[in-house]
Write a new protein. Structure first.
Length: 188
């Protein structure tokens, strides 16, 4: 009987020791992976290094191209509204994003006669991937030529896209709020 008890207890002790040791190793690597912020000089050095890389060169060429200048001009047109989180009137021009886009759900809109990608992000699904928590349900009801009111905190760009990318934080249609981004929990 003693041998059976020892045969059961010893493997449990060994396994729990391994699990505890593995947890300590993970804690140490997590502490080591946290880096202090780079200084301004280090940031500049990293930027110069990236600008000299093939990706940096391609990006600089895109910025100087007519397509890049068009995107920057579009961003400049709405920058004040973005900074003030003010209403911008837009017209839906397409219910789909450009081919190959990886921005999640979004639509194309025209604001002050300039085309923009209005991106909302990825749709959230439950753990088994079957049931979609569809916060975009009202947005799916939009049609081409619908007039909407947009508010956003961010406009960005990427060389892959020929349009500025506006983050959809708030959308109203016919005086009704049809989308409002949920605020982040426990953060800024």
């Amino acid at each position: 009987m003693k041998k059976i008890i020892y045969a059961i207890i010893i493997p449990l002790i060994v396994i729990s020791g391994l699990v505890f040791a593995n947890r300590e190793i993970k804690d140490e690597t997590a502490k080591k992976s946290i880096q202090k912020p780079l200084s301004a000089a280090e940031n500049n050095a990293e930027l110069k290094k990236w600008e000299a890389s093939s990706d940096g060169i391609k990006y600089k060429e895109w910025e100087a191209s007519p397509a890049g200048k068009k995107v920057y001009a579009g961003e400049a047109k709405i920058r004040k509204s973005i900074l003030e989180f003010a209403d911008m009137e837009g017209v839906v021009t397409s219910l789909s994003l450009p081919p190959g886009s990886r921005l999640g759900f979004g639509v194309m809109v025209s604001i002050n006669e300039v085309d923009y990608i209005l991106a909302f992000g990825l749709e959230q699904s439950d753990n088994n991937g079957m049931n979609i928590n569809n916060e975009f349900e009202q947005l799916y009801k939009l049609s081409v030529n619908d007039k909407i009111i947009i508010r956003s905190h961010n406009v960005s760009h990427a060389p892959k896209y020929a349009y500025p990318i506006v983050a959809g934080d708030y959308v109203a249609h016919d005086g009704k709020i049809i989308y409002k981004r949920a605020s982040r929990k426990g953060g800024c």
